[in-house]
Design a protein around this ligand. Structure first.
Ligand code: FAD
Length: 468
């Protein structure tokens, strides 16, 4: 057990917990809970969240040694240790001809870490939605003794699927699996959002990008297919790895950190990038390889908004307007929320804006949980990514704070729990109609509020008693 400074991937969260532990099994976890009774406890996984989700000044637990993978062929599911990395789980599943129904852009997270914040890809529900059962270590509300509960039904399961660690220490998850499948992909430039959205029926797994400063659209059109792996798939992967994961990102980092002139960014998106991106190269490959990339290669920070389809067009127009304003120029048109003049020129956005569709989850508070009244509309996420050095992100935070506050009021936009998330309690109260049920569940599993932290109490748990 050591005290050590803990940083997240984005280096925007740093803290020193009072104690840190890496238990080997469930029994060790129960012993830790006994030993640290009455003190705050949080769990850390791969540290990829940009929000304050892992922060604690009490005991920080990593369950990385709980990484077993046990197939249940009858249920078409897998029982997996909470600390298992998604890439390891996918590897194990693949050797049995299986995979997960949904993956995010990277596979570095652990299963418990990814699902705790509603991590998602494009064209499917979030990973949390596919959880069938959660085993969680917490304090028995009657005896106060550490215990393990198995949650596999009712609103408790909906809460446990995406719980931000608030129910206790998750030790094991059971997740749905499916047979491995292949995805065909090609990229195309579009002049309008309407044109890209029209392609969605044909390419349900697609994601697309709004290019900053050139304002054209670029679609990565994807669909599940029975076709065999393309002969050119290997070359395509190499092109993607060297050309996109490395070269494109190095250029954006140069334009962000060294050659900071806006004219260069504009020139890059207007003239250079369209020449470099290979269009209409149709490639079929394994779903895992196609749907993920190595976005973790270079340190960055991200804020991601979630809006329903009726708000998508307005939200994207607004984001475009705000990017231009913060970058020091003005687009034609009007916006509902006036932007204070001090923001003009305070931040230049330099990364393509990624848009993904997520189906409504059967959860209480994942970002793609239903908006209520039986309304199960699809969600669209809008990602804004910044490669500034951690010490030079003031502009990004001002931009993110302004967008979060104005977009929640205009478009009911939610913020990703595992990314930079400046939304306050009032906004969350309004945006998540099932928050009340979530809070009741948390109080039953953690009556003393031991598994929360200051941020989560402030923005989610309102009148929860203080435990830290
Ligand atoms: C490069 C990069 C790419 C990303 N791509 C995507 C993407 O495509 N889609 C997307 O939606 N998100 C994406 N994210 C966000 C990321 O998926 C989430 O932040 C996720 O929560 C990180 O998982 P982790 O394993 O690193 O967990 P951590 O960041 O360590 O923890 C996240 C949360 O999970 C809780 N937790 C972890 N394990 C347990 C446990 N055993 N019991 C209880 N609580 C637990 C922690 O307490 C914390 O609240 C990306 C992040 C990065 C850095």
């Amino acid at each position: 057990m050591t005290h050590k400074m803990v940083y997240n991937f984005g280096k925007n969260v740093a803290f020193t917990p009072a104690a840190y532990a890496e238990p080997k099994n469930e029994e060790d976890i129960l012993q830790l809970l006994k030993h640290y009774r009455g003190q705050p406890i949080r769990v850390v996984a791969s540290r990829h969240a940009w929000s304050d989700a892992i922060r604690t000044d009490g005991l920080l637990i990593s369950v990385k040694h709980l990484d077993h993978v046990r197939l249940n062929k009858v249920q078409e599911s897998v029982r997996v240790g909470a600390g298992c990395q998604i890439k390891y789980l996918l590897q194990q599943l693949k050797s049995h001809g299986l995979t997960l129904p949904s993956v995010g852009l990277i596979d570095e997270q652990t299963v418990a870490g990814a699902t705790a914040t509603g991590t998602h890809g494009s064209g499917k529900n979030s990973l949390s939605h596919y959880i069938l059962c959660v085993r969680v270590a917490h304090y028995d509300p009657n005896t106060g003794e550490p215990t393990i509960s198995e949650i596999d039904a009712s609103s408790d399961l909906q809460a446990a699927r995406c719980s931000l660690g608030l129910l206790g220490v998750i030790v094991e998850l059971e997740m749905k699996t499916r047979a491995v499948y292949r995805v065909q992909e090609h990229s195309q430039r579009h002049e309008s959002l309407a044109s890209i959205l029209a392609a969605e029926k044909q390419y349900p797994l697609q994601q697309f990008f709004l290019m900053p400063w050139s304002w054209h659209w670029f679609g990565q059109h994807r669909l599940e297919t029975n076709q065999l792996r393309s002969h050119t798939a290997g070359i395509f992967r190499m092109y993607w790895h060297l050309g996109i994961d490395w070269c494109l990102h190095l250029i954006i980092i140069m334009l962000t950190r060294f050659l900071r002139f806006r004219a260069l960014v504009c020139g890059f998106y207007r003239f250079l990038l369209p020449l470099v991106i290979v269009r209409n190269w149709r490639v079929t490959d394994d779903s895992h390889r196609t749907l993920t990339m190595q976005h973790e290669l270079f340190r960055h920070i991200e804020i991601e908004f979630f809006v329903t389809r009726p708000h998508l067009e307005g939200a994207l127009d607004y984001v475009k307007y705000v990017i231009a304003f913060f970058g020091g120029s003005k687009l034609s048109g009007e916006v509902n929320t006036p932007i204070p003049g001090r923001y003009s020129g305070s931040y230049c956005h330099r990364y393509p804006i990624c848009v993904r569709r997520i189906l409504a989850d059967d959860t209480l508070i994942s970002m793609s949980s239903p908006i209520g009244d039986g309304n199960n509309e699809d969600w669209y996420s809008i990602s804004l990514i910044c490669y500034e050095l951690p010490s030079r992100r003031a502009g990004f935070f001002g931009f993110g704070d302004f967008l979060a506050s104005s977009m929640q009021s205009q478009f009911n936009a939610r913020c990703h729990w595992g990314k930079y998330n400046p939304l306050d309690r009032d906004a969350n109260e309004r945006l998540y109609p099932q928050l009340k049920t979530f809070r009741e569940t948390v109080r039953r599993f953690d009556s003393q509020s031991r598994f929360s932290n200051a941020w989560l109490r402030e923005v989610l748990l309102t009148d929860a008693p203080s435990g830290e």
